[in-house]
Design a protein around this ligand. Structure first.
Ligand SMILES: [Zn+2]
Length: 294
């Protein structure tokens, strides 16, 4: 199992691979491509673009796809996935990143906000013309967008996915079978403030490994301020290392944050003893490798 990073700064850190860098954020900020890294691009969540042109937002019978619309429980503000101008702009950005010397491109939030979206006149007309039902049309719309995006990417092509292995198609238009044919791997964020309770991480990871026929990477939040939380994070990674997981990706603030995690593991003989006692061979290998560097 590999152990990599997800960062907001394009800094390589020894002992971690792959490096995933957020080059376009859900607030609408865009950054130059990070050379040599997997560049992660937020597609249809763009608060800035919606502020500039509110007409592009996805809509439903219960209102617009905005965080402030409490009739939906949305983590971000979503643009309608069929808006031609926005689609062209974001595809152009994907192309501009992919043509640099990057490892590849990961897309996130490239789908419908939720099951009841989008009922704008354009989506309504497109669906009627397609002859498909609501679920199939929405899934096809998302899959076709991913095909267009993939055609612009030369390196590794991946997507992020909400950790829902059951209702992804009905709710978000994410057809896992279709996506399996398009991507090199799947990136599943399992974000939390801490992993003091971690059974659910193990459980969801095993679900995705069982149903997805391509490599799976799981992202854990690693901006951990206390020793207790760091210890729980590393033990969670150890449990994950027992499965056929391609990589654990740690979301960190910066390179210092990442180095501190490695140092914590290297300097912690209790943790290493725990790994040895319960035979976590793969995690011990990762810590041994860190010990050569930190
Ligand atoms: Zn729409």
């Amino acid at each position: 199992m590999k152990i990599g990073l997800v960062t907001y700064k394009p800094e390589f850190v020894e002992g971690f691979e792959p490096h995933v860098y957020y080059s376009k954020w859900a607030d609408g900020q865009v950054f130059p491509a990070a050379v040599g890294m997997q560049n992660d691009i937020t597609v249809f969540c763009d608060a800035k673009a919606i502020r500039e042109d509110p007409s592009i937002v996805a809509v439903s019978d219960s209102g617009p796809a905005l965080r402030r619309n409490r009739r939906s429980n949305l983590p971000f503000d979503f643009v309608c996935p069929t808006h031609p101008g926005y689609r062209a702009k974001v595809l152009q950005y994907i192309e501009s990143v992919a043509e640099k010397d990057v490892a590849g491109v990961t897309l996130n939030l490239y789908h419908f906000p939720d099951q009841e979206y989008c009922t704008c006149p354009r989506c309504t007309e497109l669906r009627q013309k397609s002859g498909l039902d609501w679920t199939e049309w929405r899934a096809k719309t998302v899959t076709n967008f991913l095909k267009e995006a993939k055609a612009k990417v030369k390196g590794t092509f991946a997507v992020e996915l909400f950790p829902d292995p059951v209702l992804s198609k009905e709710r978000f238009g994410i057809d896992l079978d279709a996506i399996c044919g398009l991507v090199d791997y799947l990136h599943v964020p399992l974000s939390s403030r801490d992993y003091l309770t971690n059974y659910w991480v193990d459980l969801i990871t095993r679900d995705f490994i069982a149903i997805f026929k391509k490599p799976v990477m799981v992202e854990l939040s690693a901006e951990m301020p206390t020793d207790e939380k760091l210890d729980a994070l590393l033990k969670t990674v150890a449990y994950l290392s027992r499965h056929k997981l391609d990589a654990v990706l740690l979301l960190v603030h910066d390179s210092e944050n990442a180095k501190n995690i490695a140092k914590f593991a290297v300097q912690n003989s209790d943790f290493q003893g725990w790994l040895e006692k319960y035979d976590f061979k793969e995690m011990s290998r990762i810590v041994d490798n860190w010990a050569k560097l930190y």
